[in-house]
Design a protein around this ligand. Sequence first.
Ligand SMILES: NC(=O)c1ccc[n+]([C@@H]2O[C@H](COP(=O)([O-])OP(=O)(O)OC[C@H]3O[C@@H](n4cnc5c(N)ncnc54)[C@H](O)[C@@H]3O)[C@@H](O)[C@H]2O)c1
Length: 386
Amino acid sequence: MVDALGVAVVGFGWMGRVHSRAYARVPHHYPHLPLRPQLVTVIDEVPGRAEEAAAQFGFASAGRDWREVAADPRVGAVSVTAPNFLHREIGVAMAEAGKHLWIEKPVGLTADDARAVADAVTKAGVQGTVGFNYRGAPAVEAARELIASGEIGSVTHARIRLFSDYAAHPDGALTWRYERGRGGSGVLGDLASHGVDLARFLVGDLASLVADTAVFVPERTRPTGATAGHALASGGETGPVENEDYVGCLLRFASGARGVLEACRVSVGEQNTYGFAVHGTKGAVFWDFRRMNELAVSRGTTYQDQPVSTVYVGPEHGEFGAFQPGAANAMGYDDLKVIEAYRFLRSIAEGTPCGPTLADAVHSAAALDAMTRSVEGGGWVDVRTS
Ligand SMILES: NC(=O)c1ccc[n+]([C@@H]2O[C@H](COP(=O)([O-])OP(=O)(O)OC[C@H]3O[C@@H](n4cnc5c(N)ncnc54)[C@H](O)[C@@H]3O)[C@@H](O)[C@H]2O)c1
Protein backbone atom coordinates (compact mmCIF):
# COMPACT_ATOMS: atom_id res chain seq x y z
CA MET A 1 0.00 0.00 0.00
CA VAL A 2 1.25 3.49 -0.84
CA ASP A 3 0.55 6.32 1.59
CA ALA A 4 0.52 9.98 0.59
CA LEU A 5 2.78 12.39 2.48
CA GLY A 6 2.11 16.13 2.20
CA VAL A 7 5.31 18.13 1.79
CA ALA A 8 6.09 21.83 2.01
CA VAL A 9 9.07 23.76 0.68
CA VAL A 10 10.16 26.91 2.53
CA GLY A 11 12.37 29.23 0.44
CA PHE A 12 12.11 28.96 -3.33
CA GLY A 13 15.55 29.91 -4.63
CA TRP A 14 17.87 27.40 -6.25
CA MET A 15 17.58 24.78 -3.53
CA GLY A 16 13.81 25.17 -3.22
CA ARG A 17 13.50 24.31 -6.90
CA VAL A 18 15.86 21.36 -6.62
CA HIS A 19 14.03 19.91 -3.58
CA SER A 20 10.65 20.33 -5.32
CA ARG A 21 11.88 18.55 -8.44
CA ALA A 22 13.42 15.81 -6.31
CA TYR A 23 10.12 15.06 -4.53
CA ALA A 24 8.33 14.90 -7.88
CA ARG A 25 10.92 12.49 -9.31
CA VAL A 26 11.19 10.07 -6.37
CA PRO A 27 8.28 7.85 -7.55
CA HIS A 28 9.84 7.64 -11.03
CA HIS A 29 13.08 6.23 -9.66
CA TYR A 30 11.79 4.40 -6.60
CA PRO A 31 8.35 3.00 -7.53
CA HIS A 32 8.36 0.57 -4.60
CA LEU A 33 8.68 3.23 -1.89
CA PRO A 34 5.49 3.00 0.21
CA LEU A 35 5.28 6.80 0.58
CA ARG A 36 4.34 9.16 -2.22
CA PRO A 37 5.14 12.85 -1.69
CA GLN A 38 2.41 15.35 -2.55
CA LEU A 39 3.47 18.97 -3.08
CA VAL A 40 1.11 20.70 -0.66
CA THR A 41 2.49 24.18 -0.19
CA VAL A 42 5.43 26.42 -1.06
CA ILE A 43 6.52 29.50 0.86
CA ASP A 44 8.72 32.42 -0.17
CA GLU A 45 8.90 35.91 1.24
CA VAL A 46 9.30 37.56 -2.17
CA PRO A 47 5.85 38.65 -3.41
CA GLY A 48 4.61 36.39 -6.22
CA ARG A 49 7.53 33.91 -6.09
CA ALA A 50 5.62 31.16 -4.27
CA GLU A 51 2.57 31.59 -6.51
CA GLU A 52 4.76 31.21 -9.59
CA ALA A 53 6.36 28.15 -8.03
CA ALA A 54 2.97 26.62 -7.30
CA ALA A 55 1.83 27.16 -10.87
CA GLN A 56 5.03 25.72 -12.34
CA PHE A 57 5.61 22.78 -9.98
CA GLY A 58 2.04 21.90 -9.01
CA PHE A 59 1.92 22.79 -5.31
CA ALA A 60 -1.69 22.95 -4.08
CA SER A 61 -1.15 26.28 -2.33
CA ALA A 62 1.39 29.08 -1.87
CA GLY A 63 2.20 31.58 0.86
CA ARG A 64 4.70 34.10 2.22
CA ASP A 65 4.85 33.16 5.92
CA TRP A 66 6.51 29.88 6.91
CA ARG A 67 4.57 29.86 10.21
CA GLU A 68 1.50 28.80 8.21
CA VAL A 69 3.31 25.55 7.41
CA ALA A 70 3.87 24.64 11.04
CA ALA A 71 0.11 24.93 11.63
CA ASP A 72 -0.92 23.16 8.40
CA PRO A 73 -2.33 19.67 9.07
CA ARG A 74 -1.88 18.70 5.39
CA VAL A 75 1.89 18.91 5.77
CA GLY A 76 3.84 15.93 7.13
CA ALA A 77 7.34 16.89 5.97
CA VAL A 78 9.13 20.16 5.28
CA SER A 79 12.12 21.17 3.18
CA VAL A 80 13.93 24.14 4.70
CA THR A 81 15.69 25.79 1.76
CA ALA A 82 15.72 29.36 3.05
CA PRO A 83 18.91 31.32 3.90
CA ASN A 84 21.09 30.05 6.75
CA PHE A 85 19.96 32.53 9.44
CA LEU A 86 16.42 31.09 9.23
CA HIS A 87 17.40 27.42 9.57
CA ARG A 88 17.32 27.33 13.37
CA GLU A 89 14.03 29.13 13.89
CA ILE A 90 12.20 27.34 11.09
CA GLY A 91 13.82 23.95 11.73
CA VAL A 92 13.00 23.94 15.45
CA ALA A 93 9.44 25.18 14.85
CA MET A 94 8.75 22.51 12.21
CA ALA A 95 10.12 19.70 14.37
CA GLU A 96 8.10 20.94 17.35
CA ALA A 97 5.02 20.92 15.14
CA GLY A 98 5.72 17.24 14.40
CA LYS A 99 6.92 17.73 10.81
CA HIS A 100 9.74 15.59 9.42
CA LEU A 101 12.62 17.79 8.33
CA TRP A 102 14.85 17.93 5.24
CA ILE A 103 17.02 20.93 5.93
CA GLU A 104 19.81 22.40 3.88
CA LYS A 105 23.37 22.62 5.09
CA PRO A 106 24.98 24.22 7.04
CA VAL A 107 21.89 24.10 9.38
CA GLY A 108 22.14 27.59 10.84
CA LEU A 109 25.00 29.96 11.48
CA THR A 110 26.88 28.01 14.17
CA ALA A 111 27.18 24.57 15.75
CA ASP A 112 24.88 25.84 18.47
CA ASP A 113 22.17 26.41 15.84
CA ALA A 114 22.71 22.97 14.30
CA ARG A 115 22.53 21.41 17.79
CA ALA A 116 19.26 23.21 18.54
CA VAL A 117 17.68 21.79 15.38
CA ALA A 118 19.13 18.32 16.04
CA ASP A 119 17.77 18.39 19.62
CA ALA A 120 14.32 19.50 18.47
CA VAL A 121 14.21 16.66 15.92
CA THR A 122 15.22 14.10 18.55
CA LYS A 123 12.76 15.45 21.11
CA ALA A 124 9.86 15.48 18.65
CA GLY A 125 10.67 11.96 17.42
CA VAL A 126 10.53 13.05 13.79
CA GLN A 127 13.02 12.14 11.06
CA GLY A 128 15.61 14.70 10.01
CA THR A 129 18.07 14.79 7.15
CA VAL A 130 20.47 17.41 5.87
CA GLY A 131 21.57 18.43 2.38
CA PHE A 132 25.01 16.81 2.28
CA ASN A 133 24.36 15.61 -1.27
CA TYR A 134 27.92 14.82 -2.33
CA ARG A 135 28.22 11.85 0.01
CA GLY A 136 25.24 10.31 -1.84
CA ALA A 137 27.08 10.19 -5.19
CA PRO A 138 27.50 6.50 -6.11
CA ALA A 139 31.21 7.05 -6.74
CA VAL A 140 31.64 8.56 -3.27
CA GLU A 141 29.82 5.64 -1.68
CA ALA A 142 32.04 3.30 -3.69
CA ALA A 143 35.11 5.16 -2.43
CA ARG A 144 33.91 4.83 1.16
CA GLU A 145 33.41 1.07 0.72
CA LEU A 146 36.80 0.70 -0.91
CA ILE A 147 38.48 2.55 1.96
CA ALA A 148 36.53 0.64 4.64
CA SER A 149 37.42 -2.70 3.02
CA GLY A 150 41.11 -1.94 3.47
CA GLU A 151 41.85 -2.04 -0.27
CA ILE A 152 44.07 1.02 -0.05
CA GLY A 153 45.57 -0.06 3.28
CA SER A 154 45.17 2.17 6.30
CA VAL A 155 44.47 5.80 5.48
CA THR A 156 47.49 8.04 5.91
CA HIS A 157 46.25 11.36 4.56
CA ALA A 158 43.45 12.99 2.58
CA ARG A 159 43.02 16.17 0.57
CA ILE A 160 39.57 17.68 0.19
CA ARG A 161 39.08 20.60 -2.15
CA LEU A 162 36.05 22.78 -2.92
CA PHE A 163 36.84 25.60 -5.33
CA SER A 164 34.21 27.69 -7.06
CA ASP A 165 33.97 30.93 -8.98
CA TYR A 166 30.37 31.73 -7.95
CA ALA A 167 31.55 34.82 -6.04
CA ALA A 168 34.55 35.66 -8.23
CA HIS A 169 32.85 38.38 -10.25
CA PRO A 170 33.47 41.77 -8.62
CA ASP A 171 29.86 42.68 -9.50
CA GLY A 172 28.49 39.69 -7.58
CA ALA A 173 25.69 41.26 -5.49
CA LEU A 174 25.99 41.62 -1.71
CA THR A 175 23.29 39.04 -0.94
CA TRP A 176 22.57 37.34 2.40
CA ARG A 177 25.52 35.01 1.72
CA TYR A 178 28.08 37.76 2.45
CA GLU A 179 26.58 38.95 5.76
CA ARG A 180 27.53 37.34 9.07
CA GLY A 181 24.03 37.83 10.46
CA ARG A 182 22.24 36.08 7.60
CA GLY A 183 24.90 33.91 5.94
CA GLY A 184 27.18 33.04 8.86
CA SER A 185 30.74 32.08 8.05
CA GLY A 186 30.87 32.55 4.27
CA VAL A 187 32.65 29.83 2.34
CA LEU A 188 32.98 27.82 5.55
CA GLY A 189 29.24 27.18 5.78
CA ASP A 190 28.71 27.26 2.04
CA LEU A 191 31.39 24.85 0.79
CA ALA A 192 33.69 23.71 3.63
CA SER A 193 30.61 22.25 5.39
CA HIS A 194 30.34 19.74 2.50
CA GLY A 195 34.10 19.16 2.68
CA VAL A 196 34.02 18.32 6.38
CA ASP A 197 31.12 15.94 5.77
CA LEU A 198 33.04 14.19 2.96
CA ALA A 199 36.15 13.97 5.16
CA ARG A 200 34.16 12.34 7.97
CA PHE A 201 32.21 10.09 5.61
CA LEU A 202 35.39 8.75 4.03
CA VAL A 203 38.02 8.84 6.75
CA GLY A 204 36.19 9.28 10.07
CA ASP A 205 35.77 11.87 12.82
CA LEU A 206 38.01 14.90 13.09
CA ALA A 207 40.03 15.41 16.27
CA SER A 208 41.69 18.80 15.74
CA LEU A 209 42.57 21.37 13.12
CA VAL A 210 44.37 24.60 12.35
CA ALA A 211 42.87 27.04 9.85
CA ASP A 212 43.57 30.21 7.93
CA THR A 213 40.92 32.34 6.22
CA ALA A 214 40.81 35.36 3.93
CA VAL A 215 38.44 37.81 2.28
CA PHE A 216 39.64 38.67 -1.24
CA VAL A 217 36.66 40.73 -2.47
CA PRO A 218 36.05 43.01 0.53
CA GLU A 219 33.20 45.11 -0.89
CA ARG A 220 30.18 44.40 -3.07
CA THR A 221 27.16 46.27 -4.40
CA ARG A 222 23.88 45.88 -2.55
CA PRO A 223 21.09 44.37 -4.69
CA THR A 224 18.17 46.71 -5.28
CA GLY A 225 15.52 43.99 -5.59
CA ALA A 226 14.81 40.39 -4.64
CA THR A 227 17.58 37.90 -5.38
CA ALA A 228 17.95 34.16 -5.82
CA GLY A 229 21.19 32.34 -6.42
CA HIS A 230 24.20 34.44 -7.38
CA ALA A 231 22.85 37.70 -8.81
CA LEU A 232 25.00 40.55 -10.20
CA ALA A 233 24.67 44.20 -9.14
CA SER A 234 26.79 47.24 -9.98
CA GLY A 235 26.78 51.02 -9.76
CA GLY A 236 24.69 51.24 -6.58
CA GLU A 237 25.42 51.50 -2.88
CA THR A 238 28.22 49.21 -1.72
CA GLY A 239 28.75 47.41 1.57
CA PRO A 240 31.40 45.25 3.24
CA VAL A 241 31.76 41.50 2.74
CA GLU A 242 31.59 40.28 6.32
CA ASN A 243 32.59 36.64 5.95
CA GLU A 244 35.29 34.47 4.44
CA ASP A 245 35.99 33.95 0.74
CA TYR A 246 38.70 31.37 1.46
CA VAL A 247 39.63 28.79 4.06
CA GLY A 248 42.70 26.58 4.18
CA CYS A 249 42.86 24.01 6.94
CA LEU A 250 45.10 21.23 8.22
CA LEU A 251 43.18 18.33 9.77
CA ARG A 252 44.01 15.60 12.23
CA PHE A 253 41.55 12.72 12.21
CA ALA A 254 40.74 10.69 15.33
CA SER A 255 42.37 7.72 13.54
CA GLY A 256 45.68 9.58 13.36
CA ALA A 257 45.35 10.25 9.63
CA ARG A 258 46.15 13.76 8.43
CA GLY A 259 44.23 15.94 6.02
CA VAL A 260 44.12 19.20 4.10
CA LEU A 261 40.82 20.93 3.40
CA GLU A 262 40.70 24.00 1.19
CA ALA A 263 37.59 25.88 0.04
CA CYS A 264 37.24 29.08 -1.93
CA ARG A 265 34.29 30.86 -3.54
CA VAL A 266 36.28 33.38 -5.62
CA SER A 267 38.50 31.01 -7.61
CA VAL A 268 38.55 32.26 -11.19
CA GLY A 269 38.83 29.32 -13.56
CA GLU A 270 37.36 26.84 -11.11
CA GLN A 271 33.76 25.72 -11.61
CA ASN A 272 32.59 23.24 -9.01
CA THR A 273 36.08 21.85 -8.52
CA TYR A 274 34.92 19.72 -5.64
CA GLY A 275 36.70 16.50 -4.85
CA PHE A 276 39.09 14.49 -2.79
CA ALA A 277 42.17 12.31 -2.78
CA VAL A 278 42.42 9.73 -0.01
CA HIS A 279 45.78 8.02 0.38
CA GLY A 280 46.48 4.78 2.21
CA THR A 281 49.50 2.60 2.90
CA LYS A 282 48.76 0.44 -0.18
CA GLY A 283 46.82 2.67 -2.56
CA ALA A 284 44.74 5.76 -3.17
CA VAL A 285 41.34 6.85 -4.41
CA PHE A 286 40.52 10.10 -6.20
CA TRP A 287 37.17 11.77 -7.04
CA ASP A 288 36.23 14.96 -8.85
CA PHE A 289 32.59 16.12 -8.82
CA ARG A 290 32.94 17.38 -12.40
CA ARG A 291 33.42 13.75 -13.42
CA MET A 292 30.95 12.60 -10.82
CA ASN A 293 30.51 9.05 -12.08
CA GLU A 294 34.19 8.17 -12.15
CA LEU A 295 36.62 7.08 -9.49
CA ALA A 296 40.35 6.89 -10.02
CA VAL A 297 41.78 4.04 -7.99
CA SER A 298 45.30 2.87 -7.35
CA ARG A 299 45.44 -0.51 -5.64
CA GLY A 300 47.76 -3.47 -5.57
CA THR A 301 50.96 -4.51 -3.86
CA THR A 302 53.64 -2.67 -5.73
CA TYR A 303 53.79 0.56 -3.69
CA GLN A 304 55.91 2.34 -6.26
CA ASP A 305 54.90 3.07 -9.84
CA GLN A 306 51.52 1.51 -9.06
CA PRO A 307 49.06 2.29 -11.85
CA VAL A 308 45.89 4.33 -11.40
CA SER A 309 42.79 3.06 -13.18
CA THR A 310 39.42 4.65 -13.88
CA VAL A 311 36.29 2.98 -12.56
CA TYR A 312 33.02 4.10 -14.14
CA VAL A 313 30.40 3.54 -11.47
CA GLY A 314 27.47 1.35 -12.40
CA PRO A 315 24.35 -0.28 -10.97
CA GLU A 316 26.37 -2.14 -8.35
CA HIS A 317 27.48 1.14 -6.77
CA GLY A 318 25.23 3.03 -4.34
CA GLU A 319 21.94 4.21 -5.87
CA PHE A 320 23.23 4.27 -9.46
CA GLY A 321 20.89 1.47 -10.53
CA ALA A 322 17.82 3.60 -9.73
CA PHE A 323 18.92 6.08 -12.40
CA GLN A 324 20.82 4.33 -15.18
CA PRO A 325 20.99 0.77 -16.51
CA GLY A 326 24.73 0.55 -17.05
CA ALA A 327 28.05 2.13 -16.16
CA ALA A 328 29.13 5.39 -17.81
CA ASN A 329 25.57 6.63 -18.41
CA ALA A 330 26.05 9.92 -16.60
CA MET A 331 24.11 10.95 -13.52
CA GLY A 332 23.94 14.67 -12.60
CA TYR A 333 23.66 17.00 -9.62
CA ASP A 334 19.85 16.92 -9.40
CA ASP A 335 19.99 13.12 -9.20
CA LEU A 336 21.91 13.47 -5.92
CA LYS A 337 18.95 15.40 -4.53
CA VAL A 338 16.56 12.67 -5.71
CA ILE A 339 18.67 10.17 -3.75
CA GLU A 340 18.51 12.50 -0.73
CA ALA A 341 14.72 12.85 -1.05
CA TYR A 342 14.34 9.09 -1.41
CA ARG A 343 16.38 8.41 1.72
CA PHE A 344 14.44 11.07 3.63
CA LEU A 345 11.10 9.51 2.63
CA ARG A 346 12.43 6.05 3.36
CA SER A 347 13.49 7.15 6.85
CA ILE A 348 9.90 8.34 7.43
CA ALA A 349 8.37 5.14 6.03
CA GLU A 350 10.64 2.91 8.11
CA GLY A 351 10.85 5.12 11.19
CA THR A 352 14.64 4.98 11.26
CA PRO A 353 17.30 7.34 9.88
CA CYS A 354 18.52 6.81 6.32
CA GLY A 355 21.11 9.14 4.79
CA PRO A 356 22.86 12.04 6.52
CA THR A 357 21.32 13.08 9.85
CA LEU A 358 21.20 16.22 11.96
CA ALA A 359 23.99 14.65 14.04
CA ASP A 360 26.16 14.80 10.90
CA ALA A 361 25.22 18.48 10.56
CA VAL A 362 26.34 19.09 14.16
CA HIS A 363 29.70 17.41 13.45
CA SER A 364 30.22 19.51 10.33
CA ALA A 365 29.20 22.73 12.07
CA ALA A 366 31.47 21.92 15.04
CA ALA A 367 34.43 21.68 12.66
CA LEU A 368 33.49 25.04 11.09
CA ASP A 369 33.29 26.60 14.57
CA ALA A 370 36.70 25.10 15.32
CA MET A 371 38.09 26.71 12.13
CA THR A 372 36.83 30.09 13.33
CA ARG A 373 38.33 29.55 16.81
CA SER A 374 41.62 28.51 15.25
CA VAL A 375 41.78 31.66 13.12
CA GLU A 376 40.99 33.82 16.17
CA GLY A 377 43.55 32.08 18.38
CA GLY A 378 46.14 31.36 15.71
CA GLY A 379 46.76 27.69 16.47
CA TRP A 380 45.55 24.10 16.66
CA VAL A 381 42.14 23.57 18.28
CA ASP A 382 40.09 20.50 19.16
CA VAL A 383 36.88 19.83 17.24
CA ARG A 384 34.20 19.80 19.94
CA THR A 385 30.79 18.41 19.09
CA SER A 386 29.16 19.03 22.50
N1 LIG B 1 23.36 21.26 -0.81
C1 LIG B 1 23.81 22.10 -1.70
O1 LIG B 1 24.57 21.72 -2.60
C2 LIG B 1 23.40 23.55 -1.62
C3 LIG B 1 23.62 24.38 -2.73
C4 LIG B 1 23.18 25.72 -2.64
C5 LIG B 1 22.60 26.19 -1.47
N2 LIG B 1 22.43 25.34 -0.40
C6 LIG B 1 21.82 25.83 0.84
O2 LIG B 1 20.43 26.04 0.58
C7 LIG B 1 19.95 27.20 1.26
C8 LIG B 1 19.36 28.16 0.23
O3 LIG B 1 20.34 28.49 -0.72
P1 LIG B 1 19.92 28.97 -2.20
O4 LIG B 1 21.16 28.95 -3.01
O5 LIG B 1 18.73 28.24 -2.68
O6 LIG B 1 19.55 30.49 -1.84
P2 LIG B 1 18.68 31.53 -2.69
O7 LIG B 1 19.08 32.88 -2.25
O8 LIG B 1 18.74 31.16 -4.15
O9 LIG B 1 17.19 31.23 -2.20
C9 LIG B 1 16.71 31.49 -0.92
C10 LIG B 1 15.21 31.72 -1.04
O10 LIG B 1 14.68 31.87 0.28
C11 LIG B 1 13.75 32.93 0.25
N3 LIG B 1 13.55 33.51 1.58
C12 LIG B 1 14.33 34.42 2.22
N4 LIG B 1 13.78 34.72 3.42
C13 LIG B 1 12.65 33.97 3.53
C14 LIG B 1 11.64 33.86 4.52
N5 LIG B 1 11.69 34.55 5.66
N6 LIG B 1 10.63 33.00 4.29
C15 LIG B 1 10.55 32.30 3.14
N7 LIG B 1 11.47 32.39 2.16
C16 LIG B 1 12.51 33.21 2.35
C17 LIG B 1 14.35 33.92 -0.75
O11 LIG B 1 13.38 34.84 -1.23
C18 LIG B 1 14.87 32.98 -1.83
O12 LIG B 1 13.87 32.70 -2.80
C19 LIG B 1 21.16 27.77 2.01
O13 LIG B 1 21.12 27.33 3.33
C20 LIG B 1 22.37 27.17 1.30
O14 LIG B 1 23.48 26.98 2.16
C21 LIG B 1 22.80 24.03 -0.48
